[in-house]
Design a protein around this ligand. Structure first.
Ligand code: XMP
Length: 577
């Protein structure tokens, strides 16, 4: 353990484990992540311990645990999600599978009894959840301190020993009072002193770049998005423009106008690889295969350019704008589950990482931090405030189906056999979606928590009725990509003209193979609110704007209907694949 760390975050494999350490450091206190089984003796000197969430159940054989001796160190402990369940399990309480899941938004009733950790957070409040297992009984010495309608023990406290635990995620932005809980724990309970300044990252990152690159040059993939542009700028500053070469790859999967936007940036060379990418993706329907193919094609482009220009391979390393969520969602820590393989984390890239041939200046940052760094670098807000756009581009927003399949009417709605990715209890889910007929977020959350067979809820807002539609076998064809590109351009133009694009963090437009004989596809609108992309809230939009969008979208050839995604993250991921 770094002697500087005042708080140790024990990693049980949760999606937000690294985020806990970041949020503590944001409070001005140095925190570090450690393996959950780290021996208590190796944690000497810390003032507090946090046990993270994770994808396992405490009763699974081999599930992550902690050294029980940490509870004898006389140091305060805070368990979060799986961390709460593990504390209950190890200290004499009990845990069981919940009757329902609880994913995304929940309403907590917190009953504080004077404990410092709960100062200023008493009462009813929104929290963000992601679990199915629940604590059934608290260990001796604890009291149950909070509940939600689905979870009877959503917080527990043993003030005498300074052991606390919460089922909800205090580290995510969608728990609005989360920062207060962490602040109370770190300062009032653990007595930490401020010793860390989260600002002034630029010189540190530039030094890291110089150390990593040494005397070599950097070949940098730049997409025109925030992450790669900020990372590229950092490399250029650290090494000098003559040692960094920025390349934008037109994969044929970009949005309308994107290549022109990048051309206007002026400092990048443009590599046309549309046929290469679309050829490799022809006939592919599975989302993970799409992601792997795209990542590997990027590696091939790099090899081709290096070869064509007769540059000695050992003199070059690859630069990427990878950020931390790409790593964690790709299953990039010891116990984390694979949610989706981000394009910059495929096998070919992992090989380059292992051989020390990659520089990723932003790999431990989140999107909001990248934007802050970009502002420190003086980059234009026109660039920094762009909505995130995923590296695999429209390929992962153009859903495919291997088979023709009918819809199924149920008492709760119409089950549409189009599968999408979700993140539930820190694990990947891949399940059909259910369509309802009202824009009702609360109903959508209730349905996902109750139904196990679906992980996403959409509402039909315009166009053909579901009784006239079915899912048809289809893959990623140029015609379908063009259809999606047109739909995306309409949504972007109308959002921009109305100013709505400033009110949402990201607004994916998804094409699904659900349609009629004449029009085989439908469009799903997915406006969300987020800060770091780790959690997201599906948001409403002005009625007039929605109506205008639907009218234009239904005029696009091949589009039968428009749907609205009502799913938060968790349980759904932001992108569908
Ligand atoms: P999900 O869909 O995992 O997305 O909730 C979280 C954020 O990451 C973006 N995203 C990607 N970005 N390569 C990227 O550079 C990828 O493979 C990728 N997949 C998702 C997504 O748009 C959202 O902002």
């Amino acid at each position: 353990m770094n002697p500087k760390a005042q708080i140790a975050v024990l990693d049980a494999g949760g999606q937000y484990c690294h985020l806990i350490a970041r949020k503590v450091r944001d409070l001005g206190v140095y925190a570090e992540v450690r393996a959950s089984e780290t021996p208590a003796a190796a944690l000497g000197g810390v003032r507090g311990i946090v046990i993270s969430g994770g994808p396992s159940s405490v009763y699974d054989p081999g599930s992550p645990t902690v050294d029980p001796a940490i509870f004898d160190l006389g140091v305060p402990v805070l368990g979060i999600c799986y961390g709460q369940q593990l504390m209950a399990h190890l200290l004499g309480g009990s845990v069981r599978k919940g009757d329902h899941g609880e994913y995304g938004m929940a309403t907590l009733e917190l009953d504080a009894a004077g404990e410092a950790i709960f100062a200023g957070v008493d009462g009813t409040q929104q929290v963000w959840m992601s679990h199915r297992d629940v604590v059934e009984s608290v260990p001796a010495g604890f009291r149950a301190a909070g509940s939600t309608p689905t979870c009877a023990i959503a917080a527990m406290a043993d003030a005498r020993r300074h052991f606390y635990a919460v089922q909800f995620h205090v580290e995510v932005v969608h728990t609005p009072r989360g920062r207060q809980y962490l602040e109370n724990f770190v300062f009032a309970v653990c007595g930490c002193a401020k010793d860390w300044d989260p600002r002034n990252r630029v010189p540190v990152v530039e030094q890291e770049i110089r150390e990593c690159v040494g005397g070599r040059r950097v070949f940098f993939f730049v997409s025109g998005g925030v992450d790669s542009t900020v990372a590229f700028t950092l490399c250029t500053r650290a090494l000098g423009a003559d040692r960094v070469r920025g390349v934008y790859v037109d994969t044929g999967l970009m949005r309308e106008g994107e290549t022109e936007f990048v051309r206007r940036m002026g400092n990048l060379s443009i590599e046309h690889a549309e046929e290469q990418f679309l050829g490799a993706l022809a006939g592919v329907t599975d989302p993970e295969r799409k992601r792997h193919i795209i990542g590997e094609e990027f590696v091939r482009v790099q090899e081709r350019i290096i070869e064509a220009r007769h540059i000695a391979e050992e003199n070059w390393i690859l630069g990427q704008g990878t950020i931390y969520p790409d790593t964690i969602e790709s299953g990039g820590t010891a116990k984390a589950a694979l949610i989706k393989t981000h394009h910059n984390r495929v096998a070919g890239i992992q090989k380059l990482i292992e051989s020390g041939r990659i520089v990723e200046p932003l790999k431990s940052f989140y999107k909001d931090e990248v934007r802050e760094v970009g502002r420190e670098l003086g980059l234009a807000s026109e660039l920094l405030d762009r909505h995130p756009f995923p590296g695999p581009g429209l390929a992962i927003r153009c859903l495919c189906s291997e088979f023709d399949a009918p819809l199924r009417a149920t008492a709760d709605g119409i089950v549409v056999p189009v599968h999408s990715v979700g993140v539930q209890g820190d694990e990947r889910s891949y399940a059909p979606v259910i369509a309802i007929d009202t824009l009702d977020h609360a109903r959508a959350t209730g349905l996902i928590n109750r139904l196990r067979e679906v992980n996403r809820v959409i509402a039909r807002v315009a166009g053909a009725g579901t009784e006239a539609m079915q899912v048809r076998a289809c893959s990623l064809t140029p015609a379908r990509l063009e259809r999606l590109r047109k739909a995306d351009a309409i949504v972007r133009r109308l959002s921009h003209e109305s100013g709505y694009d400033h009110r949402v963090w990201q607004f994916p437009v998804v094409l699904i193979p659900l349609g009629t004989e004449k029009a085989p596809d439908s469009v799903v609108l997915r406006p969300i609110d987020s800060v770091d992309g780790m959690t997201a809230q599906s948001v409403t939009m002005p009625h007039d704007l929605l109506e205008g969008m639907c009218a234009e979208l239904l005029r696009v050839e091949g589009i039968a209907a428009v749907f609205y995604d009502l799913t938060h993250k968790p349980p759904g991921t932001i992108e569908w694949e």
